[in-house]
Ligand binder design. Sequence first.
Ligand code: GTP
Ligand code: SPV
Ligand code: MN
Length: 586
Amino acid sequence: MTKNAELAAWVEQVAALTQPERIQWCDGSDAENASLIDLMLAQGDLLRLNPETHPNCFLHRSDPKDVARVEHLTFVCTEDAEDAGPNNNWLAPAEAHAKVDPLFEGCMRGRTMYVVPYLMGPYGSPYARAGVEVTDSPYVVANMRIMARIGTRALEHIEAGNSFVRGLHSTGDLDPERRFIMHFPDELLIMSIGSGYGGNALLGKKCHALRIASAQARREGWLAEHMLILGIESPAGETRYIAAAFPSACGKTNLAMLVPPAEFAGWKVWTVGDDIAWMHLAEDGQLWAINPEAGFFGVAPGTSLKTNPNCMNTLGRNAIYTNVAVTEDLQPWWEGIDGDKPAVLIDWQGRPHDPDNGPAAHPNARFTVAASQCPSFSPQGEAPQGVPISAIVFGGRRSSVAPLVFEALDWSHGVFAGAAMASETTAAATGKVGQVRRDPMAMKPFCGYNFGDYWAHWLGFGTRSAKLPRIFHVNWFRKDADGKFIWPGFGDNMRVMAWILARCDGKAEAIKTPIGFVPEPSDLKLDGLDLDRKAIQDLLSIDPQVWQQEVDQIEEYFASFGSRLPQGLRDQVARIKAALEAQLAA
Ligand code: GTP
Ligand code: SPV
Ligand code: MN
C-alpha cells in the first residue's frame, strides 16, 4: 500500500481491469524473494540447479515461442506519427489503447498481482528515476529484484513526490498473436502483454530506461543510451571511463568485463555497467554517466573462462538462468562454455539434447545476476554523480567494410559515425539472424522517438561544451575469406582500447582518411598476438570504392527521415563523399 494518491489510484484502476485474486506490494526483502522462489519451484516455473556447484541458482524455461524481444510487436504511441519516426512502429495512443486495453480485461483472474516499485540508478543519485511495474509474473519480480533497485526505498522515492513511470505487464496467454509492447511517452506509461521474456517483460530495462527515458532525455537535455560503461586503470593508478554502444549480442557485456592480456601488466578494467548508460552534461563541462541498472541480463552462449572470466566468476551463485541447457547433475551448460561437451545434456526445452533439434542452449539464453557480484565491479559503480566519460565508442558486427577501429574527426563526425552504424542481426530479437541492417547508436530497437530528432539532439551537444568525449568506431567481427573472425577479440580488445585512450591524451599516431583517423599497425600494441601483418593490414584497411557504396546506402537511409534529418548529417555525407572522390582521383 502507499500514501501516494496517484499510485494508489492507478493500482486500483489496474486491479479493476485485470481482476487479480490478490494484490501483493513488493518490499524487495530477502524473505519476499525466498517465498517467490518457493512458489515458482512448486509451480515448476523454476528448477533448482546443483546447489554444490551453483548455490542459490535457478533455471527458468520460457515458452519456446517467447525467447527474445519482439520488435515487430513493439510500438511507440504518440499523437503525431512523425514524433515516433520511421524507426518505430507507431499507433495513435487512442488506437493503441483500443487494441491493448481489452487484452488486459480479467487477465489476472485467479492470479496474484505484484506491485513492484523500482528505482533506475543508484540510491541518492540526482539522475535516478522511479517506476512501478505491475505484473502477474513472479519470474519478472525475481528478475526485476536483481536488475533494478526494487521495494521500500523505491516506494519512498515516489512518496517523496518524484515522478514515476507506470508499467503494466501480464504474461497473458503467451500467444504471439496477442502480444504487444506499447509505449505511451506522453503518459509515462508502458503496457506489455503476452510475453514473459527479458526486454519485453522487465519493464525497467529497455521499455523504461531506454524508450521512455530517451524521450525524456531529449526534452531535458541528457542522453539515455544502449551503452556499457567501463573504467580503465593505468599502472600509474589513473582511471578513465569509456561508454560504448554495440547492438544487442554484439559484445557490450564482454567489453565491460575485459581482462587485459599479459602484455598489459598493471592495467585493470572496472565494470560500471553492461547495457545502459544515462549521461548528463555536468557543470565541469564533462559528460557523466550512471548505470541505471543493478544487474546483468547477459547472453550465456559464448561465455567461458577463456572469453570472459569475470563474468563466469559472477555467475556461479545467486543467478537466474533462462533457456540454458543443463548437465546430468544440473549444472548450467551452453555452447561455448569451458570443457568438453557432456555426453548427456537436457536442452533448453527440457528434452534430452539431440543436435538435430539445434543447439542445446537457446542462442539467446541468458543469466540474470547482481552487478555487485562481479569481481571487476567498479568502486564507482554506484557513485551518485556517475563517472566522467573520456571516450564514446560505437561498434557493429560487420564481416566486411568497417575497419577494426577509427576515430571521428570531431563531435559532429562522431555523431555521423554513430548514426551510420550498421550491424548483422542476432538472436536477441526474433527474426532472421545475420542480416546487415542500420542500427544507429545501437538504438534502432530502443529509441523512443524519431531518429531525426535524436541525431539533432546528439549534434546539439557539440555547442554545449568544449570538453566532450572523443568518439570512436570499432568492429571486432571482420571475417577472412574462410568466414573466420580475423581479430581475436575479447581480452585482446584491450589493444584497441589502449590506442583509444592514448588518442584522448594526444599520445598516439593515426592516418587521416575520409572516414576518420585510422591507426597504422605500428600504432597498436600487438606484441604477443598470433596475427600476421597481412591480417592486421586487412583489419585496418579502408577501401574507398567500398566506402563510396556504403556512404550511398547511408545517404539513402538518412533520406527516409525526410525533413527531420538534421543538416549536420547532410553536411557530413557531402564532406565524406567529396573526400572519397578526391582520394580516388589522386
Ligand atoms: P545484449 O545483452 O543483447 O545487449 O548483448 P551484448 O552487447 O552485451 O553482447 P555480449 O557481450 O553478451 O556478446 C554477445 C556474443 O558475442 C557472445 O556470444 C560473445 O561471446 C560474443 N562476443 C563478444 N565480444 C566478442 C569479441 O570481441 N569477438 C567475438 N568474435 N565475439 C565476441
Ligand atoms: C538486448 O536485446 O539488447 C538485451 C536483452 O540486452 S533484452 O533485455 O531482452 O532487451
Ligand atoms: Mn542490450
